[in-house]
Design a protein around this ligand. Structure first.
Ligand code: GRF
Length: 196
C-alpha cells in the first residue's frame, strides 16, 4: 500500500480528484494518510474532512520564524510517514531539508507542458495568461518529481489541451484542470503505486 500525504493551499480540486480516484479504483493500492494545508481557510481542508482523511493546517503565520514553521511541517510529515508526498496546488517554498529527505518521493502538478510556461513566477492564472499572450495553440499539464529547482524535476506524465478561440485565462485554466490535471495526477499516483 502506497501511503501518500497531499499538500494543498487552496480549493483542492486536484485533491478531490485523488480522493475520488482512490474510491473508484482508478488509483490502486494507495491510502491518503493525511492532507496538510498552509492556509486555514483552504476549501481543500473541508474536502479532506468530508472524505474522512486526517487534515492538518500548518501556517507560517503561526510561527515566529520560517525555521520554526519548517520544523513543524517536517515533524508532521515524519509523523505521517508517507511513501509519496503530492503537491497539489501547494504555494509554499519547501524546506531544503524536505527535498533531501524525500528525494524522488515528492511530485507536483504544474498547469502547462513543461518546459513551457514554468519556473519562477509561473503559478496559478499567470501560467495561462502567459500561454495566451504567446499565442500557443496547445497547452496542458505536467506531473513531475520535485528537486531543488522550480519545475525542473523529472517529468512523470503530461497531457495536452487545446487552446480555443476566445479563451480567457480563467476558461483555459478550467479546461486544463478538467482535461489534464484531474486525469494525470491520479494516473501518475496510480503508476507509482503499481510500480511498488
Ligand atoms: C492547479 O492549477 C495546479 O496545477 C496548481 O495549482 C492549482 C491548484 O488547484 N499547481 P486546486 O487547489 O487543486 O483546485
Amino acid at each position: 500500500m502506497l501511503s501518500i500525504v497531499v499538500c494543498v493551499s487552496g480549493g483542492g480540486t486536484n485533491l478531490q480528484a485523488i480522493i475520488d480516484g482512490t474510491k473508484s479504483g482508478a488509483i490502486k493500492n494507495t491510502k491518503i494518510s493525511g492532507v496538510i494545508s498552509n492556509n486555514a481557510g483552504a476549501y481543500a481542508l473541508k474536502r479532506a474532512e468530508a472524505a474522512k482523511v486526517p487534515a492538518f493546517c500548518i501556517s507560517p503565520a503561526s510561527f515566529e520564524t520560517r525555521g520554526e514553521f519548517n520544523r513543524a511541517f517536517l515533524d508532521k510529515l515524519k509523523e505521517l510517514q508517507p511513501d509519496l508526498i503530492v503537491l497539489a496546488g501547494f504555494l509554499v517554498i519547501l524546506p531544503p531539508e524536505m527535498i533531501e529527505t524525500y528525494r524522488n518521493r515528492i511530485i507536483n502538478i504544474h498547469p502547462s507542458l513543461i518546459p513551457s510556461f514554468c519556473g519562477t513566477g509561473y503559478y496559478g492564472l499567470k501560467v495561462h495568461e502567459a500561454a495566451l499572450a504567446r499565442g500557443v495553440k496547445v497547452t496542458g499539464a505536467t506531473v513531475h518529481y520535485v528537486d531543488e529547482g522550480t519545475d525542473t524535476g523529472e517529468i512523470i506524465m503530461q497531457k495536452a489541451v487545446e487552446v480555443k478561440e476566445g479563451d480567457t485565462p480563467q476558461i483555459l485554466q478550467r479546461r486544463v484542470m478538467e482535461e489534464a490535471e484531474w486525469v494525470i495526477l491520479p494516473a501518475a499516483i496510480n503508476k507509482i503505486a503499481c510500480s511498488m
